[in-house]
Ligand binder design. Structure first.
Ligand code: MN
Length: 289
């Protein structure tokens, strides 16, 4: 066969093949191989993945570590804390306790902010006092872990916020002391412990707390029987209830610390209180920087 003839036949064969492909319905062609049959389903899968991919701003949302309690083998953290962080635009991450300093450093290295949640009484040994008869349940392992977490976070300079026990722990961590039982040590008409009633707090003017909350007076919930006694150096009490109980504190002069003795997370997350949400919005905004 001459070269010319061969090329002619080849061309003819290619044309025939092309014609055949054209004539076949698209569906039939795709079914030729198992891979081709899978293709539409794979495409739908990738489309779904694309649709659920977080936006650029969500991928950059600050990661806020939440302290946890370990009760009967389960790791627990107040759900309203997680919800309030989400509502404020952050990503909440509950952290399991550990006593490994290298691991604590690694954990803090991944966080943009830290929220110390409510829970047990801080053991008085951490501030050099004897236990009061009305001292509630303590958890040494949690105290040790959260104090270590606090100091690493302080060292790294990420924002540290606390609610209830978290406010007390911050004060102890920086050298302050606590009233171990308000009803017996600071009796008053205001019921701070497990009260269904709200009470007032007055926020001191010209403080970051007043600026963030945007109000001089707030009605807050109350579920504590301990409070700050001697405030640590480098912290400042920025709000009091009418009977003189410290209800907010912040770093002073310049630390990225803020804490509430009440539960802004419950009011923000469960009662849609936009003023209380500001506490978490400030945490998330500070954690972006
Ligand atoms: Mn109170």
């Amino acid at each position: 066969m001459s070269m010319n003839l061969f090329l002619n036949r080849l061309l003819l064969a290619l044309l025939l093949l092309a014609g055949l492909m054209q004539a076949m319905p698209a569906q039939a062609r795709r079914k030729k191989t198992p891979e081709a049959a899978l293709a539409p389903r794979l495409q739908a899968y990738y489309d779904r993945l694309d649709a659920s991919r977080p936006s650029r701003s969500l991928r950059r949302a600050p990661l806020i570590g939440l302290s946890t309690a370990s009760q009967s083998g389960s790791l627990t953290t107040p759900g309203s804390c997680g919800k309030a962080v989400i509502m404020a635009g952050g990503i909440p991450l509950p952290i399991a306790a550990t006593d490994d300093p290298a691991l604590i450093e690694a954990i803090v290295g991944r966080l943009d902010g830290l929220l110390l949640t409510g829970g047990e009484d801080v053991a008085p040994s951490y501030y050099g006092h004897e236990p009061h008869p009305q001292l509630g349940g303590v958890n040494d392992r949690r105290d040790d872990f959260e104090l270590a977490l606090f100091h690493k976070a302080l060292e790294r300079g990420i924002p540290i916020f606390g609610v209830c026990r978290g406010m007390q722990l911050i004060n102890v961590a920086m050298g302050g002391t606590l009233v171990q039982d308000i009803p017996s040590e600071r009796p008053s008409d205001i019921k701070h412990r497990n009260s269904p009633d709200l009470h007032d707090i007055d926020i001191m003017p010209h403080t970051r707390s007043a600026q963030v909350m945007g109000q001089a007076r707030l009605r807050v919930n109350s579920s504590h029987h301990q409070c700050v006694r001697d405030v640590a150096p480098a912290l400042k009490v920025t709000a009091y209830s009418p009977d003189g109980i410290p209800e907010m504190l912040e770093g002073y002069p310049r630390l990225r610390i803020m804490a509430a003795q009440y539960h802004p997370e419950v009011m923000a997350a469960e009662q849609n209180d936009s003023v209380m949400l500001r506490f978490f919005q400030f945490l998330v905004e500070e954690s972006r920087r």
